[in-house]
Design a protein around this ligand. Structure first.
Ligand SMILES: [Zn+2]
Length: 92
C-alpha cells in the first residue's frame, strides 16, 4: 500500500502546492494538516538520498509583508497579524 509520504512526494514533484491543497487533493480531513507538515519536515533527509530537495516558498504576512521562515507559523512575529499566506512546497 502506498504510504501518505510517498503520495505527497509524487504530488510535489515539479508541482508547487500548499498543505491545504495537498489535503484537498488527497482527500484528507483539514485536521490532518499537522500530520502533513510533519511529513514534509521529514522529507529533506529522504529526498537527499534520491538527489532531490524540498523547496519552500515561505508564508508572507498580508498585513505588513514580512516573510516568515517558519512554514507552519500561525501569526506574524513582526505585527502579530494572523493574516498569512500559506507556505508552498515543491520537490526538485
Ligand atoms: Zn506582519
Amino acid at each position: 500500500m502506498e504510504t501518505l509520504r510517498s503520495k505527497i512526494i509524487d504530488l510535489l514533484l515539479d508541482r508547487e502546492m500548499s498543505v491545504s491543497e495537498i489535503c484537498r487533493v488527497l482527500e484528507l480531513e483539514p485536521g490532518r494538516e499537522r500530520e502533513v507538515y510533519s511529513i514534509l519536515f521529514s522529507l529533506p533527509k529522504i529526498l537527499k538520498r534520491k538527489g532531490l530537495a524540498l523547496l519552500m516558498h515561505p508564508p508572507q504576512c498580508l498585513s505588513c509583508g514580512f516573510e516568515l521562515s517558519k512554514a507552519d507559523a500561525k501569526r506574524c512575529p513582526r505585527c502579530k497579524s494572523q493574516r498569512l499566506t500559506e507556505a508552498r512546497f515543491v520537490i526538485k
